[in-house]
Design a protein. Structure first.
Length: 356
């Protein structure tokens, strides 16, 4: 017969075994890298605040040369884009869209023309600009520790490396004493690119110090004509395969180096090729000569270009203009809501006239 002590010991072992099994079940039931993603998000918060973002709201192309897939929603919804979430109730989103329609329709004729849409696009783009200005104030304070209104390259470099996991005090001391920094090759390459951008944002007379306005140009090149040119140069440098500082269609529809593992993966990405071919031929290549120059790409990238805004307005109308009257009625926008808002509105026509 088992002793009381042996029984309790056996019971304890059974409990630990069960606990271990439950813990394993919990681990495997969760997404494999869920905690890792959270750690990365937390660790990257400061880095995201001081690094130039790849994605610029209201700009047609990403900094890395990818097309901005959310551009239509950004210039139609502005800051209200966040309100149109995938899990939102279709009825609520429908009402929000009706309110937006009434704001765009400034002459109250129950339809939206190209000029009305152009005005709205420019207004929403300016909204993104103002949002970037406000965010820049906060980010500038983060890299201007002494609050003197200017940030040196070394001050920024210290904050950047600290965001990468380096010890901020040690880095600051080494930079102060002109000691060599042991930095991995990838981080050093990013630093070199950032330094080039820093110099470009430093308005004449160059003093290697950025004030708040110059720092805005550093983070958001769309706010400065000079930095917009620099951004275009970077994009062409990444896509231009023969070094002529121009882009052919074949160069433009090729994925940037490092995007995919191999050529086969690129070849099967039909949507990528289709979207970029259409954008190249119908929009960017203004004179349709099969070549995109730096000037053409700059005009395309300029978010405050009124001519581009008008063309965009006409394209957006054409997508949903089912009755071909060159205007958008409310029913058409509701039916094509996913294009304008990223949100599908089911039963879009139900009670439209009663609610509007």
């Amino acid at each position: 017969m088992m002793s009381r002590q042996a029984f309790l010991c056996s019971l304890g072992s059974l409990y630990l075994s069960l606990l271990f099994i439950f813990l394993l079940m919990d681990v495997y039931a969760r997404p494999a890298n869920n905690s890792l993603l959270k750690e990365k998000a937390a660790d990257g918060k400061e880095e995201n605040e001081i690094l130039p973002p790849d994605h610029l709201n209201g700009v047609k192309m990403e900094m890395d040369g990818h097309l901005n897939k959310e551009f239509h929603q950004e210039v139609f919804l502005g800051k209200e884009m966040e309100e149109f979430e995938e899990d939102s109730e279709p009825r609520k989103n429908r009402k929000k869209l009706m309110v937006i329609f009434s704001k765009v329709d400034i002459n109250n004729d129950k339809k939206i023309g190209a000029k009305e849409m152009q005005r709205w696009i420019m207004e929403k783009t300016d909204e993104h600009f103002q949002e970037a200005v406000e965010e820049n104030k906060m980010h500038f304070r983060a890299v201007d520790p002494d609050g003197d209104g200017h940030v040196s390259w070394d001050e920024y470099k210290i904050k950047f490396l600290a965001s990468k996991g380096f010890n901020e005090k040690e880095i600051a001391e080494k930079i102060k004493n002109n000691e060599e920094l042991k930095i991995d090759e990838e981080t050093q390459e990013v630093l070199d690119n950032l330094k080039d951008r820093w110099y470009q944002a430093d308005n004449p007379p160059p003093d290697l110090l950025l004030n708040e306005e110059e720092f805005l140009s550093f983070l958001h090149p769309e706010h400065s004509r000079g930095m917009l040119k620099f951004m275009v140069k970077e994009i062409i440098r990444d896509l231009d395969q023969d070094g002529d500082k121009k882009l052919t269609l074949s160069e433009f529809i090729s994925l940037p180096v490092g995007t995919v593992e191999n050529q086969q993966a690129q070849d099967i990405d039909d949507d990528w090729v289709k979207d970029r071919r259409k954008e190249f031929e119908e929009v960017i290549d203004a004179n349709h000569d099969g070549i995109v120059t730096m000037e053409e790409l700059e005009e395309y990238m300029d978010p405050m270009n009124e001519y581009n805004a008008l063309n965009e307005a006409k394209q957006m109308i054409a997508v949903a203009d089912e009755n071909q009257n060159h205007h958008l009625e409310l029913e058409e926008i509701l039916k094509y809501s996913e294009y304008f808002t990223g949100s599908k509105l089911m039963d879009y026509a139900r009670n439209v006239h009663e609610e509007f």
